[in-house]
Design a protein around this ligand. Structure first.
Ligand code: AMP
Length: 296
């Protein structure tokens, strides 16, 4: 496995591997502090690609003022060891100066679907994401790029960008990986104090019980589900709900309260953002349309 820090060296390494006939290039973009969620993306990439590249870059332009850019957890040695154990071929770890030698005057911006959910509370965040992902796509020219459904809005936004700009890459969404007790893995989970960590289970708990209620026919409308999510999360005194929304996926159109969960022909996403002290957690679950009498 090679650890590469410059764009020039990365381009030449990928070109060499292409000329040697390694086959498709798979890219897993990350901000590091890798965990089992990232590892699942690397495994999927390994299955589908002859060359697996992961990037580790805490991208300053996707953080707003007062967010955790400076304090974002970092552990390069551990990340490199984990990538190696997953059979990654190239780890790209550029410095900020390498990616942004001057402040960028060009930004990629996806409209509409970036103005709600996380985009509403983090203005400019998705422009930062789509800009850096475009740069990585231009540098690496991957055949496949792997993204976790943990960040479902990010998947929708990147798929929109790829379609709109005819980018020659296939986006592969990968399932959310959870701790045994249900908490979705996140690099930011290390910020949680023990009591917050315990109460953070209300995110996955509210989604799980909502799914059960839909399956058992106890909650039939989007309004009932919204109420259930809010009520369940509010049982945690430390939880501060930023949003608990139901939207079509991947179009991200909020569904009406009267919408009957069994009627849809498009998947509906239940999307949550909840603050515990200074830590902001997100989670979500997809509800597939009802086919032949049961949800799939
Ligand atoms: P990050 O390093 O947090 O920017 O995440 C890098 C990639 O890993 C993104 O595509 C995330 O959606 C994905 N990811 C993060 N946590 C998880 C998880 N628990 N399950 C699946 N994918 C994840």
């Amino acid at each position: 496995m090679k650890v590469i820090r410059t764009i020039a060296e990365l381009r030449s390494e990928i070109q060499d591997r292409q000329q040697s006939g390694y086959g498709p290039v798979g890219l897993v973009p990350t901000m590091g502090y890798l965990h089992e969620g990232h590892a699942s993306l690397m495994r999927k990439a390994r299955e589908m690609s002859g060359t697996v590249v992961i990037s580790i870059f805490v991208n300053p332009i996707q953080f707003g003022p007062g967010e955790d850019f400076e304090t974002y957890p970092r552990d390069e040695a551990r990340d490199v060891a984990l990538a190696e154990s997953e059979g990654v071929d190239v780890v790209f770890i550029p410095a900020v100066q390498e990616m942004y030698p001057q402040p960028t005057k060009t930004k990629i911006s996806v409209a509409e679907i970036t103005s709600l959910l996380c985009g509403a509370s983090r203005p400019g965040h998705f422009d930062g994401v789509t800009t850096v992902v475009s740069k990585l796509f231009n540098i690496i020219k991957p055949d496949y790029a792997f993204f976790g459904m943990k960040d479902a809005q990010q998947v929708a936004v990147i798929e929109q960008m790829v379609r709109d700009l005819n980018m020659d890459v296939t986006i592969v969404p990968c399932p959310i990986i959870r701790e045994a007790d249900g908490l979705a893995l996140s690099s930011r989970n290390v910020y949680l104090k023990p009591e917050e960590r315990e109460q953070a289970l209300v995110l996955s708990g509210s989604l799980r019980t909502a799914q059960e209620a839909i399956q058992q026919g106890q909650a039939a409308t989007a309004g009932e589900i919204r109420a259930h999510l809010r009520e369940y999360i509010s049982r945690s005194p430390l939880a501060d709900i930023e949003y608990a929304e139901l939207l079509t996926f991947p179009e991200l159109v909020p569904v009406e309260d009267s919408y009957r969960m069994v009627d849809g022909d498009s998947p509906v996403i239940m999307a949550l953002a909840v603050r515990f002290g200074r830590t902001r957690l997100i989670d979500n679950a997809l509800i597939q349309p009802k086919v032949g009498g049961s949800h799939v």
